[in-house]
Design a protein around this ligand. Structure first.
Ligand SMILES: [Zn+2]
Ligand SMILES: [Zn+2]
Length: 186
């Protein structure tokens, strides 16, 4: 395992948060959709289920997206700013069937602060391991989605959300078919 479970799950959640605004329809546009997102990523702790909380998460989403545009040094500054702003303070926690893992905010802190601090901690892990280039963009045609490639051989090229890998395979297959047809006509 390259990274701790906390880190891999937080990175997946951060990428999914960013991508929620980049699919054809914003998939975190309502309080209920935000709830679904949190359930999917097994995010525990306080939930207000208010428009204000949703707005704060949407603002955070734009901010987290910037990590994919930053170099490693810029990202380090951004991580520090987020940890400062959210008053991050590490402690070990064991809950909901999860063994000891690090939390840096209180379960009663505002949701957007807790999401921000977790994303910042996960980015910190990438930066200090000199693996910040694991953040990337989907190689699919016309796809603006972000990816986190935590595979051992750095083989991940495509996003999951739009299934771009599969679409690229189909396109390559059709191209081969077309080429073969052209060849037989020659
Ligand atoms: Zn936890
Ligand atoms: Zn894609």
């Amino acid at each position: 395992m390259l990274f701790a479970y906390d880190t891999t799950t937080a990175l997946a959640a951060a990428a999914a948060l960013v991508n929620s605004a980049r699919t054809d329809e914003d998939t975190i546009s309502t309080v209920a959709e935000l709830g679904d997102f949190l359930d999917t990523h097994e995010f525990t702790g306080r939930r207000d289920r208010t428009r204000a909380e949703l707005g704060a998460v949407q603002d955070l989403r734009d901010r987290i997206a910037l990590f994919w545009e930053m170099d490693r040094d810029e990202a380090a500054e951004a991580v520090n700013a987020m940890l400062r702003e959210t008053h991050a303070l590490p402690y070990l926690s064991r809950h909901d069937g999860l063994d000891w893992h690090v939390h840096v905010t209180d379960v009663n802190d505002p949701l957007a602060d807790r999401l921000a601090a977790e994303a910042a901690m996960a980015m910190a892990d990438l930066i200090r391991a000199d693996q910040f280039d694991r953040l990337g963009h989907c190689a699919g045609d016309d796809c603006t989605l972000v990816i986190v490639d935590l595979s051992r051989n750095r083989s991940r090229k495509f996003c999951v959300e739009r299934n771009c890998g599969n679409r690229a395979n189909v396109a390559a297959y059709r191209q081969r078919q077309a080429d073969e047809t052209d060849d037989s006509e020659d």
